[in-house]
Write a protein that binds this ligand. Structure first.
Ligand code: NAD
Length: 355
């Protein structure tokens, strides 16, 4: 296969972990006979330094034309004084919106041998292997009317949570398709006992579920799901939910396995899809070569699976990460007093373990 991959390394530890993801993708290409081209384009702070706009038109165009986008992370205290729409993070939000990336997939796994990274008891977290599918392009974060005003001397603020049936159906389909490749169980999360938008959500997900008779679908309220995620995280397979609930539950799920540096994500839409670790730029450890590259490497695995449909290669990368961790190789964040390897050494070990 030939594939064009746009690379947006970003800031802080972004370039450090992205380098390891690229190392692994190059090894996959070599091992399985593919031809991947990687193109770096200005984005975030590198684009700001060039001309001010964190998402230049030429970068957006390159992203639209690519087969996939691999991103590190953007932002940092150096740019926090800029106007909000000029910060690196604004470039990322615009990129997601321009590409209509409506489904964010966040797989969360408890790696055997790393159960002590979780704040939960090992027997509770063992076996956790779930995917949160979060609606990313609609709902409360984009709905109008929104804003603040003053009425009769009182400050008032309003946000709006709109969903149209097609916006719900398209993300539900992503969840059911994901479930078909897994344990065939979808939990759709809403607040249908209170919210009209959730009642529509439940109705539409039920309709979509009819096209997937081989997948079981249950509906759950967000408050009880928040509790079940810490009581029985291993019971979940695919969780699909609207934007804000997904935002909150996916961070909770990350807390369950206890390790921000391990989590990858995929953002899917109609066109080019985007792959990035869940963590940020970690300014506190940037430049030291000690960041954990697992989230970035597993994001590369998701890129192989979803953008390039290379399931065997994706599984090989995931198995190589698991084997590396099982061999006791650890970066400093999870070394717990044991000797730690550098970001680059960890990447070398994973690349070498690709079968
Ligand atoms: P962060 O994720 O960068 O860091 C939180 C903590 O986790 C830090 O102590 C950090 O050292 C640690 N950490 C994160 N990733 C790690 C890794 N791979 N290996 C080892 N340790 C790791 O979150 P933050 O400190 O809130 O944000 C820092 C900057 O990143 C901010 O400017 C924020 O806007 C930006 N950010 C960007 C993205 C993105 O690009 N998608 C996401 C989140 C935050």
């Amino acid at each position: 296969m030939r594939a064009k991959i746009v690379v947006l390394p970003g800031d802080g530890i972004g370039p450090e972990v992205t380098a390891e993801a690229l190392k692994v993708l190059r090894r996959v290409a070599e091992r399985y006979g593919h031809h991947f081209t990687f193109t770096d384009v200005p984005f975030g702070s590198s684009a700001i330094a060039d001309g001010g706009d964190p998402l230049p038109a030429a970068t957006l165009e390159a992203c639209r034309r690519a087969d996939a986008i691999l991103l590190g992370a953007v932002g940092g205290p150096q740019w926090d004084g800029l106007p909000p729409d000029r910060r690196p993070e604004a470039g990322l939000l615009r990129l997601r919106r321009e590409l209509q990336l409506f489904a964010n997939l966040r797989p969360v796994r408890a790696f055997p041998g790393l159960l002590d990274a979780s704040p939960l008891r090992p027997e509770v977290v063992a076996g956790t292997d779930l995917v949160i599918v979060r609606e990313l392009a609609g709902g409360l974060y984009f709905g109008t009317p929104r804003g603040r005003s003053v009425h009769d001397g009182r400050r008032i603020a309003v946000d709006t949570l709109p969903y149209a049936e097609d916006e719900i159906a398209r993300v539900a389909r992503v969840a059911f398709e994901a479930a078909r490749a897994r344990r065939r169980h979808v939990t759709s999360v809403d607040k249908a006992n209170v919210l009209h938008s959730s009642q529509l959500w439940r109705e539409v997900v039920t309709e979509v579920a009819r096209a997937y008779p081989d997948v079981t679908c249950v509906h759950a309220l967000v408050d009880s799901t928040a509790m079940q995620l810490v009581r029985r995280p291993a019971a979940f397979d695919v969780v699909v939910t609207e934007n804000m609930f997904g935002d909150i539950l996916s961070d909770e799920a990350a807390g369950v396995v206890g390790s921000l540096g391990f989590l990858p994500s995929a953002s899917l839409g109609e066109g080019t899809s985007l792959y990035e670790p869940v963590h940020g730029t970690a300014p506190d450890i940037a430049g030291q070569g000690i960041a954990n590259p697992v989230g970035a490497i597993l994001s590369a695995a998701l890129l192989l699976r979803h953008a390039l449909r290379l399931e065997r290669e994706a599984a090989a990368v995931e198995a190589a990460v698991e084997a590396t961790l099982a061999a006791g190789v650890r970066t400093a964040d999870v070394a717990a007093g044991q000797p730690a390897v550098s970001t680059a050494e960890f990447g070398d070990r994973v690349a070498a373990a690709i079968a």
